[in-house]
Structures are given as C-alpha cells and as structure tokens.
Design a protein around this ligand. Structure first.
Ligand code: LLP
Length: 400
C-alpha cells in the first residue's frame, strides 16, 4: 500500500480511521479461488463477523462469494446487501430458538450446532433438510479464545452425541444434508487442518444424505515478517485426497464450502491513528495515540501483533516505544516496539486491521467509533461516518 494514500486519507477524513483497499480483497479472493479450483464444486462464504460494512459485503458479494452468518442481524444485513437466501449459511451458537425460527422462516440455510436445538427444530418444523456443525475434538487455532473445535469447547455437536443425530435421521425426524466444522482461527499448524479434514470426511461416511461439507475458516495469514501462514497448496491437496476417496467409495459428488474471514480481509485493512503525546519516563517512551483498545481490541484481547508504521517518518531511524491508547486501564497496542523515530502529531498505521478490527470496536469510555473508508478504482471513498455524540445517546431513555 502506498504510504501517500494512507496519509491522504488521514488528512482528508481525520484520525483515527479504518481504511480498506478493495483491490487487496479481490486479489485474496482470486488467490483462494486459484488454489481451490481443483475441487470443482465449491463455494466461498465470507465470514461476515470479520468485517461487515455493507459496502464491503456488497463488493464481496459481487465477486461471487456467499456469506457465513452467526446472528440474525448478520443474516438481515446480508440479505439487505443482495446475497440470495441460499447463499447465506446461518451458523448460530447457543442462540434462542425464537431466533433460529425467524431465520428459518426467512428461507436462509440453517446450520445447527447442538442436539438440543435440533430437537426444538424438529418439534416445530418436522422433517427438514439441514446441515449441522460437528465438534471434531481437535485443538487448533492461534490462541485459546479462537480455538473452538476441541472437546472442551461449547461449539458443535460433540462426537459422542453423533449417534443421537444418526438415530434421529434413521427415524425420519430430520435429514442431514451437510456437515460443518470450524476448528479455529489463525490455524498455525497444517497438520491440525489435516486432522480436521480427515475427521469430518470420516464422520461423513455415516450420513447417507450428505451433499456438502463445510470446512469453516481459520486459514492463517502472516501478521508480520517471518510469521507462519497456512500452506494452501497442502491444505487443498489434503481435501482433494479425502474428497476423491469419499466420492469413489460412495459414488456421489460432494459440494465443499469454505468460510474465510481473515484470509479475505485482514491484509486489506489499515488503521490510522495520530500520536497525541510522547510521554517519557525513566525507562520508556510511550507513544500515546488518539485511539485505544476500544477501536482495535486484538492486541489487548489476544496479545496479537499488528505491524505499526510511522507514516509521517517511514524511513526514520528505528527507536523503541511502547504504543498505548487513551483508555482508562492498561491499553497497550505494542510493547518495546521498534518504530521509526516518532514526533508528536505523527500518523501511525496498524497493518492487517481489516479482519476483526472495526467489527470488534466498541464505545468504552464513551468514545466514538471511527469512520471507515475504502480505496476503490483509485478513489478514497467514505463508507461509514465517525460516530457522533447523538449516536451514543440514541436509544437511551432519560427517566429523570
Ligand atoms: N466460520 C465460523 C463458523 C467462524 O466462527 C469463524 C470465525 C470463521 C468461519 C472465520 O474464521 P477466520 O477465517 O477469520 O479465521 N476475533 C478473532 C477471530 C475470531 C474468529 C471467530 N470465528 C481474532 O481477531 O483473531
């Protein structure tokens, strides 16, 4: 990304600001399609939870992707953006049956992740075709918070209860046409992917009506130089191997679904902030930004590393800083980070901020959420206003 454009956006629209380069999303989509093309029958469903600005969703829809939604709100936004009902897969976890019912009535595809919710579903709607999320009992993912496919996790139907599901199907109560797994995000080890793929294809053998397998998200992209990443070629080879075995044995073709979030939109995002002050102590220099973990939560919540560039002095001599926010508790973006010599007022940019950046932002300390802009056809376009005080007060009821 051209530093000039990042600076221009910050000058034009102010800081802090999220900027997304749509070309990068397109390139990532093409790259993934190229790798997956050997599989023939597959569909990419973008994980809306990672970045759900409607302009981004429409752009991604127009590239030909479907949508992975976890809430009725994501479903509604997806429909508003023009995704067809059958291009949205709704995978809730622990939501009320009322919500599941509403989504089903919208005609959107339902992917249930507990025997308990399936029982309610059968009671209400009788024998329907649905897909289900399985917990494969595999620990995979960059940290504990995002590792969701192991046996202690709340997600998916546990392996030991798959027989109950098969029994329901045998009795004609429900028809399972697809299986889904999502073991985690930032899956660093390729053999964890392999384990998941093997497991789900092996479980699929027992499901006579199966038409699709959804392998979820989790593809690891590098966040910094020499960071690990998923070897896509190996990943696809493993899928292809298991798929061929299955198709040969059962004489039927399966459709595959992928639900990338980070792979599609992490790289495209830049979060630009300004240095309010440089506060020096005996031991360190703090860069105090006009932002905090209310805008970019990943470093605080997961200890995630985002590369930081000083846009105002990109080639300056490197110095060590603690980069901190303005929130009223420990609010550290980076400790002992080497950044080009920084002055008050400089623009600092966080890379890889597209996925789970804005979407995890909040109003802690009654701070406003930042604007979002995108670069499309060489133009910088605003796609979300900075919040206003009125937005913060909206919906509050003054009883005095
Ligand atoms: N499918 C399902 C069912 C998911 O729950 C997720 C992410 C994805 C797909 C997309 O995973 P991805 O390709 O983005 O790894 N906030 C965390 C990540 C949480 C992921 C939650 N589920 C972070 O910032 O690292």
């Amino acid at each position: 990304m051209d530093i000039k454009i990042l600076k221009e956006a910050a000058l034009k629209f102010g800081t802090p600001i999220y900027l997304y380069d749509l070309k990068i999303i397109e390139n990532q989509f093409d790259k993934l399609n190229k790798e997956l093309s050997v599989l023939e029958n597959y569909k990419i469903h973008f994980a809306a939870k990672s970045l759900s600005n409607i302009s981004i969703l429409k752009f991604i829809k127009n590239m030909g992707a479907g949508l992975d939604a976890v809430s009725i709100e994501e479903v509604m936004i997806g429909l508003k953006c023009g995704f067809n009902k059958d291009e949205i897969l709704y995978t809730p976890n622990g939501v009320s049956f009322k919500e599941i019912k509403e989504v089903f009535k919208l005609g959107v595809k339902i992917n249930l992740d507990s025997i308990e919710s399936i029982k309610d579903f059968v009671n209400e709607f009788g024998n329907q075709s649905i897909t289900v999320r399985i917990n494969p009992g595999i620990y995979a993912g960059g940290n504990d918070n995002v590792s969701v496919g192991h046996s202690e996790s709340k997600f998916g139907i546990p392996e030991e209860r798959i027989d109950e599901l098969l029994d329901m199907e045998k009795k004609g109560k429900i028809m399972i046409t697809g299986l889904h797994i999502h073991t985690g995000s930032d899956i660093t080890k390729n053999n964890q992917f392999k384990e998941g793929i093997k497991k789900i294809f092996s479980i699929a053998r027992d499901f006579k009506n199966i038409e699709s397998i959804d392998l979820g998200g989790g593809i690891k992209i590098p966040y910094y130089k020499n960071d690990t990443s998923t070897n896509l070629n190996d990943y696809v080879k493993e899928i292809s191997k298991e798929l061929k075995k299955f198709e040969l044995e059962f004489k039927k073709k399966l459709k595959l679904i992928f639900e990338p979030g980070k792979f599609l939109v992490s790289d495209c995002g830049f979060f630009i902030t300004k240095v309010n002050y440089i506060k020096s102590t005996k031991t360190k220099d703090f860069l105090q930004l006009d932002s905090g973990f209310n805008h970019l939560l990943r470093p605080t919540l997961y200890g995630s590393h985002h590369e930081i560039i000083n846009l105002s002095n990109p080639l300056g001599k490197k110095k060590e800083y603690d980069v901190v926010g303005y929130i009223c508790e420990k609010d550290t973006f980076a400790e002992k980070r080497k950044i080009s010599d920084t002055s008050k007022g400089d623009l600092l940019c966080f890379k890889n901020a597209g996925a789970y950046g804005f979407n995890m932002s909040n109003n802690y300390n009654s701070r406003l959420k930042p604007a979002e802009v995108c670069i499309h056809n060489n133009k910088i376009l605003k796609i979300r206003e900075t919040q206003s005080l009125n937005d913060l007060l909206l919906g509050q009821i003054d009883i005095f």
